[in-house]
Write a new protein. Structure first.
Length: 267
């Protein structure tokens, strides 16, 4: 896989994947504003899935678990302009803006498909990636401020996400895991999202589920895979990535070990 990233600043980059596809389970530490130049991205969350393509613009809030699969499309690479909206930048932006603080919504991706003002703002960055001179912090600040101002004009509710700087608090571990078991995250990240240290996460997990996280996660992912194959009639190649496995051979081996048959034998 060939992945090329060009950075104007640590907050603004041009990202390009040339290969057939690239899959990752992610939880961004910063909000990500993404504009598609070409290619497609499928984003899978516990209760919804999204398909974004050329011309689309969307915002992924921080601390959201998701599976992201990037594809080239129509002979063109997967190519995007990305703004990392850091807490430091957002605190400066909101310090003189009056807004009502509300609870942050769960698992919401904001879509601003083909909005002319926002697309113009993101597209205006393209020529700078070919310049040899350093992109100034002053200009970067202006561009990000422009993007944030346009976002607020498009959707006032975006303040709920962008102006919230709280860290995750302690939540119901069992409820969280039942909704998010398909995401291949380090246990430290899962602990952070549930408001726990790694040691507390492991202790609470054992108390709730009477097994280790690794064994429970594998069992739940295979249960979901069985349902997708048997009831939804999906192909193994379309299932294994979405339920949390990294490669088809490991998925097939684990599936046969649990159910005594291979995924293909269900079809």
């Amino acid at each position: 896989m060939e992945h090329i990233s060009k950075y104007l600043t640590p907050e603004i980059k041009l990202s390009c994947y040339e290969d057939k596809f690239f899959k990752s389970d992610i939880m961004f530490d910063e909000h990500m504003l993404i504009w598609f130049i070409s290619g497609e991205t499928k984003i899978i969350q516990y209760d919804a899935s999204f398909l974004f393509k050329k011309g689309d613009i969307f915002l992924i809030p921080r601390n959201q678990l998701a599976t992201i699969i990037n594809y080239p499309s129509n002979g063109e690479p997967h190519k995007t302009v990305v703004m990392h909206l850091s807490a430091e930048r957002l605190k400066k932006f909101y310090q003189n803006i009056e807004h009502t603080k509300k609870p942050m919504p769960e698992n919401k991706i904001y879509s601003f498909n083909s909005h002319p003002l926002l697309e113009s703002c993101m597209a205006s960055l393209i020529p700078y990636f070919d310049l040899k001179d350093k992109f100034s912090e002053e200009l970067a600040s202006l561009k990000i401020t422009e993007a944030l101002s346009i976002l607020r004009e498009i959707d006032k509710d975006v303040d709920t996400v962008l102006s919230n700087f709280d860290e995750p608090g302690k939540i119901d571990l069992a409820h969280f895991m039942e909704r998010n078991f398909m995401f291949n995250m380090p246990l430290e990240k899962l602990g952070y999202l549930t408001g726990r240290s790694l040691s507390t996460f492991n202790r609470d997990f054992k108390k709730f589920f009477n097994t280790t996280p690794q064994k429970w996660l594998t069992h739940k992912r295979l249960e979901l895979a069985y349902y997708q194959l048997a009831e939804k009639k999906k192909k193994p190649t379309d299932v294994y990535l979405e339920v949390g496995f990294e490669n088809l051979s490991h998925f097939s081996y684990a599936f046969k070990k649990q159910y005594g048959i291979t995924p293909k034998q269900i079809l």
